[in-house]
Design a protein around this ligand. Structure first.
Ligand code: G6P
Ligand code: MG
Length: 219
């Protein structure tokens, strides 16, 4: 039986990928590092420190650990400042409708995000009331593709993984859901989330009706 839903944040509830891109781009320009949208795609779902390492590897750069931490902090300051402009108008189309529907139908709902800024994003969106449990980048140490963040959220919801559906836009997020024994819904193109149990191009198509139709035996 499906009793709970666990949502990724960035790229599922709201489109912060662009804000992350702008902050990494600014840092990269200052450092004279090559960084473009294609490389930004590789950062989808992975932690801040993993992200800067991907950018440095791409640029064949090695730096002392403390310098790397300082640079990641600099990027984060830029990113957090840009969140001030986010408003309750900034849900991805369909996201608020699905969250509302899950509330009215009485499902348990958790957040399972790699971001350490998840609370701020949820507050800017006025989205806190949709969630029973918040799992974010501060909740676990091992990030996606490890399943830890989803296992943390399920445990807090007091549900076993096979009673939960994970909604994710990142390849590594679907990997994490599968590794944890969760059912999965992928948001995005086939070449990114085609390995999910069910896939939609955007959140707009991801209605509770469609999800229930696909997982009919489980509801
Ligand atoms: C999300 C995003 C990633 C980001 C990560 C950490 O998973 O998809 O692109 O790197 O969160 O975010 P943070 O806000 O902690 O830097
Ligand atoms: Mg995401």
């Amino acid at each position: 039986m499906i009793k709970g839903f666990i949502f990724d944040l960035d790229g599922v509830i709201t489109d912060t990928a662009e804000l992350h891109y702008e902050a990494w781009k600014k840092l990269s320009d200052e450092m004279s590092w090559d960084f473009d949208r294609e490389l930004n795609e590789k950062l989808r779902g992975i932690s801040r420190m993993d992200s800067i390492k991907v950018i440095m590897d791409h640029n064949k750069v090695t730096l002392e650990e403390q310098t790397v931490i300082d640079l990641a902090t600099k990027k984060n300051d830029l990113y957090v400042a840009s969140l001030d402009h986010m408003t309750p108008e900034d849900y991805l189309p369909g996201a608020k409708e699905l969250l509302t529907h899950l509330r009215t139908e009485g499902f348990s709902v958790a957040l399972g995000s790699a971001s350490k800024n998840a609370l701020k994003v949820l507050q800017q969106l006025n989205a806190m009331p949709y969630f029973d449990v918040i799992g974010d980048g501060n909740s676990v140490t091992k990030s996606k593709p490890e399943p830890d963040i989803f296992l943390y959220a399920a445990e807090k919801l007091r549900l076993p993984p096979n009673n939960c559906i994970v909604v994710e836009d990142a390849e590594k997020g679907i990997d994490a859901a599968k590794a944890g024994g969760f059912h999965s819904v992928g948001i995005g193109p086939e070449d990114r989330v085609g390995h999910a149990d069910l896939r939609f191009d955007t959140m707009k198509e991801a209605t509770l009706f469609e999800v229930k139709s696909h997982f009919a035996d489980l509801f």
